[in-house]
Design a binder for this molecule. Sequence first.
Ligand SMILES: [Zn+2]
Ligand SMILES: [Zn+2]
Length: 173
Amino acid sequence: MTPNSWKQSKEFINLISDKLTVLLESSEFETTRSQLMELIQSLDKRYGITINCIIDVIDWEEERILPLLNTGISTTESGEIFRTWNDASPQKYVIDGEIHVVPQDFCPSCWNDWGFKWKKRTCPECGIKLGEECKILLDSDVCPHCKDGIISMNKPVCIECGFKIDPNCVVWG
Ligand SMILES: [Zn+2]
Ligand SMILES: [Zn+2]
């Protein structure tokens, strides 16, 4: 996928996910929710249940899939229902002084899958290296690992998740 096609898809994804929210919270869906509750109550405590709506873009030429949205409802260990949400959140990078924005877990240079960048520092497809020609642009103090804690140049360890930023891998915006 290219930056442009991603941009184009995002508008539709937002529209569709808004509609899905309306549907999941509607009275028409109430029957499904109560059936889900009945099912979870009939099962052993060790089990949880998830209903997911997934939107993927399939690239026929390169034979790969880019997940754009994964949302639905799921049950907690105590049996309550909560909303699940994963929308391929964007991540900013700097390569050769230029800013690139791509979905998380993708390579900002070749747009192939590249997850766990903090551990696997080299893109498996094009060989670009995090901390060398490619850096993560952090322009907020939100922890890039858990998205809950706060992190900064002076406080490089997240209090929420314990993640420690390697200063060689980031550029502070
Ligand atoms: Zn790459
Ligand atoms: Zn964190």
